[in-house]
Design a protein around this ligand. Structure first.
Ligand code: NAD
Length: 439
C-alpha cells in the first residue's frame, strides 16, 4: 500500500518512517524545501533517539521518499495522513491554517477514493469540518472518508512509542476506512495492541482528555511537592507510595519546574476554550494551567530570594529542552524562567547536550553564554540550576563542579541528586519537595 504523510515534524516524520518500516511505501511531504532536501540526504531536522537509523534504513530500501510535491504523492496514495502543526494563537485558539492549507490542496488534487487521516491534534469537530471543506472545494468529486487517528508518541522516545503504542485510536464512520487504517497498523494489530474504534468526535476528544489528565497529574504532584517543603515531607516517597496504588499508577508523578513542550500547554488552553464555548467548563484544565504558571514562578522566586536579588548574578543553567532526549524547547520551563532571570539582570551560562542551537534562536541575548559542557556552565557562577534531567547530569562530578563555582549553591528543579549526598559535599542544595535544611 502507498501512503502519504503531510508534515515532517516530530509526529509526521516518525509516523512516515515507522510506517515505511512496517512495509508500506510512504511519501513524506513537507512545504519546507530545505527540510525535504536535508531529509532526502539522510539529515534529520531534529534530535530523536533511533530516528536517523529508521529513516536511513527505509530511504535505502526505497520504501520512504521525501518530497514537496503533494499532488504527486496523493495521486499515488490510498491514504493521506495530515501531521502538520497546530500551534495556538495568542487567544488560545488552535491555529488550523496549516491543516486548512493541506485540506485545500487535497481538494485540488484528489483523483480517486482517498482516506484522509488527521493525526495532528485538532479541536473536536475538525474532522467533520474537513469533510465539509473537502466536499465543498473538490475540483473533481471523488469519494473520500475522513478519519481521526490522534497520535500519543512522546518526544524523546517517539520511535519506540510509535512502534509500541499503548493503544491505537481510530475515529471513523466507514467500515472500509477503518479496515484500511487497521491494515496500515497491521504489525501492531498482530502484536495485540488494543485498538479503540470510535466516532470522529470521540477520537478527537480522547487526545485532549489524555493530555489534560497527564498534565493534571504533574500539577498535582507539583502542588504536593510544595506542601512537602512546608511540612518536611519527601515528595518522592509520597509519589512512590501513590504510584504503587494500581488505581493511580507511577507515571507522571515527578515534581519539577512545571510542564512544557509543544502539546500540554496548547492542548489545555484549547480544551478549556472548547469547554467555555460549549458551556461545559473544564475548570480542572483551567486550574492546572494556573498551577503550572505558578510553579515556574516559584522556581524564579526561589532563585531570586536565595541569591538576594539577581542583578549581575551569574547562574549556570543545565538543560534547556522541555524534557530530556529531545532538542525541542517549545514552551520549555527552562526557557521561560531563563527569560525572567535575564529580565531581572542575571547572566546565564547554559549547557544542554542537544538543545543549544534551538535555544540560540529564541534566547539570542548577550547575557546568555552557551557552554561546551556542564563544568564550563558552572565556572564562576553564583548558583547552578538544573532545569532538565538529562541522564548525563546524574553523573557529573560534583566535587569538580563545586571547585569551579563562585558559590556552591545548587537548585535542582528535577531532583536529579540525593539531597543528603550533595549537602555532605558542602552545597547549599534546593530540590523540589524534599526535606532537610538547605545547608
Ligand atoms: N510533538 C509531539 O510530541 C506530538 C505528539 C502527539 C501529537 N502531536 C500533534 O501533532 C501535530 C504535529 O506536531 P509536530 O510537533 O510534529 O509539529 P512540527 O511543528 O514539528 O511539524 C509540522 C511540520 O508540518 C510542516 N507543514 C506546515 N504546513 C504544511 C503544509 N501546508 N504542507 C506540508 N507541510 C506543512 C512544517 O514545515 C513542519 O515540518 C500537532 O497537532 C501536535 O499537537 C505532537
Amino acid at each position: 500500500m502507498h501512503i502519504t504523510v503531510v508534515g515532517t515534524g516530530y509526529v509526521g516524520l516518525v509516523t512516515g518512517a515507522a510506517l515505511a518500516d512496517f512495509g508500506l511505501n510512504v511519501s513524506c511531504v513537507d512545504s519546507d524545501e530545505q527540510k525535504i532536501e536535508a531529509l532526502s540526504s539522510g539529515r534529520m531536522p531534529f534530535y530523536e533517539i533511533g530516528l536517523k537509523e529508521l529513516v536511513n534504513r527505509n530511504l535505502a530500501n526505497g520504501r520512504l521518499t521525501f518530497s514537496t510535491d503533494l499532488e504527486a504523492a496523493v495521486r499515488a496514495s490510498l491514504t493521506v495522513f495530515i501531521a502538520v502543526g497546530t500551534p495556538d494563537l495568542p487567544d488560545g485558539t488552535p491555529n488550523l491554517t496549516q491543516v486548512d492549507s493541506v485540506v485545500a490542496a487535497l481538494a485540488e488534487c484528489m483523483d480517486d477514493y482517498k482516506v484522509v487521516v488527521t493525526k495532528s491534534t485538532v479541536p473536536v469537530g475538525t474532522a467533520r469540518r474537513i469533510q465539509r471543506l473537502l466536499t465543498g472545494k473538490q475540483r473533481r468529486p471523488v469519494e473520500f472518508v475522513v478519519v481521526s487517528n490522534p497520535e500519543f508518541l512522546r518526544e524523546g522516545s517517539a520511535v519506540e512509542d510509535f512502534m509500541r503504542p499503548n493503544r491505537v485510536v481510530i475515529g471513523a464512520e466507514s467500515d472500509r476506512a477503518v479496515a484500511i487504517v487497521k491494515d496500515i497498523y497491521r504489525p501492531l494489530y498482530l502484536n495485540e495492541t488494543p485498538f479503540v474504534i470510535t466516532s470522529l468526535e470521540t477520537a478527537e476528544l480522547i487526545k485532549y482528555a489524555c493530555n489534560a489528565f497527564l498534565a493534571t497529574k504533574i500539577s498535582f504532584i507539583n502542588e504536593m511537592a510544595n506542601l512537602c517543603e512546608k511540612v518536611g515531607a519527601d515528595v518522592h516517597h509520597v509519589a512512590r507510595a501513590m504510584g504503587l496504588d494500581k488505581r493511580i499508577g507511577p507515571k507522571f508523578l515527578h515534581p519539577g519546574p512545571g510542564f512544557g513542550g509543544s502539546c500540554f500547554p496548547k492542548d489545555l488552553v484549547a480544551l478549556a476554550r472548547t469547554g467555555r464555548q460549549l458551556e461545559a467548563p473544564q475548570r480542572l484544565a483551567e486550574v492546572v494551567m494556573e498551577i503550572n504558571r505558578r510553579q515556574k514562578e516559584r522556581v524564579f522566586s526561589r532563585i531570586k530570594a536565595e541569591l538576594g536579588g539577581l542583578e549581575r548574578k551569574r547562574i549556570g543553567l543545565l538543560g534547556l529542552a522541555f524534557k530530556p532526549n529531545t532538542d525541542d524547547i517549545r514552551e520549555a520551563p527552562a526557557i521561560d524562567i531563563c527569560r525572567r532571570l535575564l529580565e531581572a539582570g542575571a547572566r546565564i551560562q547554559a549547557y544542554d547536550p542537544v538543545a543549544m542551537p534551538n535555544s540560540r534562536k529564541v534566547l539570542n541575548d548577550k547575557n546568555v553564554v552557551y557552554c561546551p559542557d556542564a563544568y564550563a556552565a558552572a565556572a564562576g557562577v553564583d548558583a547552578l540550576w538544573i532545569a532538565t534531567e538529562w541522564n548525563e547530569f546524574r553523573n557529573i562530578n560534583l566535587n569538580r563542579i563545586k571547585s569551579v563555582m563562585q558559590a556552591p549553591v545548587l537548585f535542582d528543579s528535577r531532583n536529579v541528586f540525593d539531597p543528603e549526598k550533595v549537602r555532605a559535599l558542602g552545597f547549599r542544595y534546593f530540590g523540589t519537595g524534599r526535606p532537610g535544611p538547605p545547608h
